[in-house]
Design a protein around this ligand. Structure first.
Ligand SMILES: [Zn+2]
Length: 113
């Protein structure tokens, strides 16, 4: 499954790192003394793990909710969860391209820029 979603090398590298859980979150950076906090950069309420950053954070939830609405409009019944890779399976087996509506990523706090 890896590398089937895109040919763009940056996204492939990100996909590889995500699948192998080697993304440098604040939990890891704090442990290595490379960050001042282990809290999420977006909400500052929870420890920034991969699961929190890409699934649980209140700033990412609107994106998942929009995706669920989009999938329902496409009549694709997919039960989304952090460990369920069905989205990638749908994308790789679709006979026609699935065009997602534009979704703006959450902005980092100004103090991080
Ligand atoms: Zn958060």
């Amino acid at each position: 499954m890896p590398y089937k979603a895109t040919i763009e090398s940056t996204l492939r590298n990100f996909q590889y790192n995500y699948i192998h859980r080697i993304i440098a979150t604040n939990k890891y950076l704090f442990k290595c003394k490379l960050s001042n906090s282990n809290l999420c950069d977006f909400c500052s309420e929870n420890i920034e793990t991969i699961e929190h950053l890409f699934w649980e954070c209140k700033h990412i939830q609107p994106i998942w909710n929009q995706l669920v609405s989009f999938l329902e409009q496409q009549q694709l019944n997919v039960k989304l969860s952090f460990l369920n890779p069905q989205i990638a399976q749908i994308a790789s087996t679709a006979t026609t391209p699935i065009t997602m509506p534009a979704i703006a990523p959450p902005e980092r706090p100004a103090s991080e820029l």
